[in-house]
Write a protein that binds this ligand. Structure first.
Ligand code: GRF
Length: 213
């Protein structure tokens, strides 16, 4: 890991964009990102992983990758963090000198503290071809609707649920014998290829502030 604000070894003056990951679950998308942006990546770096679920697999995985990680108690709301909890996340992300935020299976709606702190700089991956099937268990919605094609979408996060600007999509077929689980597994394979590619593209396009070396 780099110390915060440092440039990558061997790339003397070029600061590397840093991102924070928020997740609530097993973290397979985080694993794909961490592998894509290992220390030798000169393009971007995972600076910190935060979760609203103390026993989430994503926190253990972050430990395995040697990436700083923290549980942040969500407060008493079910679908979002309490304002104080979201402020605490913002502080941790800022202390980790994060340039942008990547949601990887984060199961709460993002509210103003994060949207204000990282305007236009929060990415999400959703397991459908948005705008189709917003919300929970999109793969199950796709099977139940009888569509022949599903997929995943990387988009910017705004104040709505899965409504922000679309950055990229991958398509996967739906088979006649698919269950919700088998379709989700196929979508996840596509996610693990799409998300690192989209994050890389996004990181290339943003400007980052001056750093002390
Ligand atoms: C993924 O299917 C993603 O599209 C959705 O939540 C799931 C997270 O899975 N937002 P994982 O924790 O990355 O394995």
């Amino acid at each position: 890991m780099n110390t915060p604000g440092a440039s990558k070894p061997g790339v003397s003056c070029m600061p590397v964009p840093r991102f924070g990951v928020l997740g609530s679950g097993k973290g397979s998308n985080f694993r794909a990102l961490a592998e894509a942006f290992k220390e030798d990546s000169r393009e971007s770096e995972v600076a910190i992983v935060l979760s609203d679920v103390e026993e989430a697999g994503i926190l253990d995985l972050a430990g395995e990758f040697g990436i700083p990680h923290r549980f942040v108690a969500p407060g008493h709301f079910r679908t979002r963090m309490s304002p104080e909890a979201e402020e605490a996340m913002v502080r941790l992300l800022q202390e980790a000198r994060v340039d942008f935020v990547v949601l990887a299976g984060f199961m709460r709606v993002i509210k103003e503290p994060l949207l204000k702190a990282f305007p236009g700089r929060i990415l999400n991956i959703h397991p459908s071809l948005l705008p189709a099937f917003r919300g929970l268990e999109a793969w199950r919605q796709a099977v139940e609707a009888g569509v022949t094609e599903a997929g995943c979408t990387v988009h910017l996060v705004d104040a709505g649920v899965d409504t922000g600007r679309i950055l990229g999509q991958s398509r996967v077929p739906v088979r006649t014998d698919d269950t919700a689980d088998s379709l989700h597994a196929r979508i996840q394979v596509a996610e693990h290829e799409l998300y690192p590619r989209m994050v890389r593209e996004f990181a290339r396009g943003i400007s980052i502030g001056p750093r002390d070396f």
